[in-house]
Each structure stands twice: as C-alpha cells, then as structure tokens.
Design a protein. Structure first.
Length: 116
C-alpha cells in the first residue's frame, strides 16, 4: 500500500490541493480535514491536482461529494485536474464529469476561476 500525501499551494485566485498516492477509506479523512480547513478559512476556490494520485476508492470520491454543496453555496467550486486515464475512468463511471469540471491541466482550471 502506497502512502497518501496532501500538499497545499496558493495561486492568485484559488487554493491548489495536490494529491499523491492511495486515496481510500483509510486516507479519506486526511482529504476531508484538508477540505474542511479550506472551508473554515472561507477559501472556496479549490483546484485538486490528481497528477500523482495512483488510486481512489468510493470513500475518496465521497469526500468530494461531501464538500461540493457548501463550496458552491459560497460561490466557489472544486475543479479537478491532471487525472491519469485510470483515475479519470473511476470518476467517469460514477458520473462525476456531470457534477465537476475536470481539466487536463492545472492552468486550465485556474483560468476558469479568473474568468469566473
């Protein structure tokens, strides 16, 4: 089992959350804490970079679902980027592209917040 790591970065118009490793039932609380911290700080423009995410389970997907309503209610959004085909497939099967904007690059997602 691979480690799971979360790294925060800030840009001019969004907070970037880098995910690395396995996001499953054991590590999902770490992502939950990370998103809760952003919401608590009223930081609602969030880009999640999945470039180094090697696995995501339904528990990991559930964390995104738990926060999207509150983030959007506060005029923000969670945009997802840099997914490998394997990770995108999991999101796609569960209909996430209908609920979330998914971009090939972080820059594309950040530009959507600029034009917002």
């Amino acid at each position: 089992m691979s480690d799971f790591k979360i790294n925060f970065r800030e840009s001019a118009n969004a907070n970037i959350v880098d995910l690395k490793g396995y996001l499953d039932a054991h590590t999902a609380p770490e992502l939950e804490n990370a998103l809760q911290k952003l919401v608590n700080n009223k930081q609602y423009n969030i880009v999640v970079n999945c470039k180094n995410l090697s696995y995501i389970s339904s528990a990991g997907l559930g964390v995104f679902m738990a926060y999207i309503e509150e983030v959007r209610k506060n005029k923000g959004d969670i945009k997802l980027t840099n997914m490998s085909p394997k990770i995108f497939n999991v999101f796609d099967i569960l209909g996430f592209p209908l609920l979330y904007e998914i971009y090939n690059t972080e820059l594309e997602a950040l530009q959507k917040f600029t034009n917002h």
